[in-house]
Write a protein of this length. Structure first.
Length: 205
């Protein structure tokens, strides 16, 4: 990670310096590439820990709605830059599970929604609590998914819709299933109307 951090730092300086537009574009591409690699090197160990069930060993009671709000707030600089609207319906929901794992799930789903939602779009997050489970739904007004993307979207290293490294949603799928839950994805109506992700989590597992 240290060489990547150095490359990213120098590329950022070049991107902000007074250089010709063509060279600035090259610097921007280098910067974007190093950030993708940094994300990849960070996510691979997380997926390995999940597959070895190291992350989910510690479970406790916590408020799912508050954790979601904190995750959304922590990403505010990213979605506010695109002037996205956050439409939230998060009633108080106590949950017993891995707090660390669920935070990774929310962060990856939010990052994905922000990435594929154009400027001035909307991201909706809903919690619906049932007797023995809780449904969490993410919706966006982005580009939606083709049938091919839908059939492979949770596979490791799959790069659909111009995705970056195909690890983030694999972490989501692996983590949710290790917790005894399930996740589905699709289009809200037609591709132009955006995508949805529905997570069903058992309240006792």
């Amino acid at each position: 990670k240290t060489p990547l951090a150095a490359i990213e730092g120098y590329a950022a300086l070049l991107n902000e310096s007074d250089i010709p537009q063509e060279q600035r574009e090259y610097a921007r591409r280098i910067l974007e590439g190093t950030r993708q690699l940094s994300s990849l090197t960070g996510n691979i160990p997380k997926l390995s820990k999940l597959e070895n069930q190291q992350i989910i060993s510690e479970k406790k009671h916590f408020l799912l709605d508050e954790q979601l709000r904190r995750a959304i707030l922590s990403m505010e600089p990213v979605w506010s830059q695109k002037e996205l609207e956050m439409d939230l319906d998060l009633p108080e929901t106590s949950y017993y599970g891995s707090e660390e794992l669920m935070l990774q799930v929310w962060t990856n789903l939010l990052s994905n929604a922000v990435k594929f939602t154009p400027d001035h779009g909307t991201i909706s997050v809903r919690i619906r609590k049932n007797a023995d489970s809780v449904l969490v739904e993410f919706q966006d007004t982005g580009i939606g998914m083709t049938d091919d993307v839908k059939s492979h979207i949770f596979e490791r290293f799959y790069k659909g819709n111009g995705g970056k490294n195909g690890i983030g949603l694999s972490i989501v799928w692996t983590g949710i299933h290790y917790l005894g839950g399930s996740i589905t994805a699709g289009n809200r109506a037609v591709p132009e109307h955006g995508a949805y992700y529905r997570l069903l989590l058992p309240l006792s597992f």
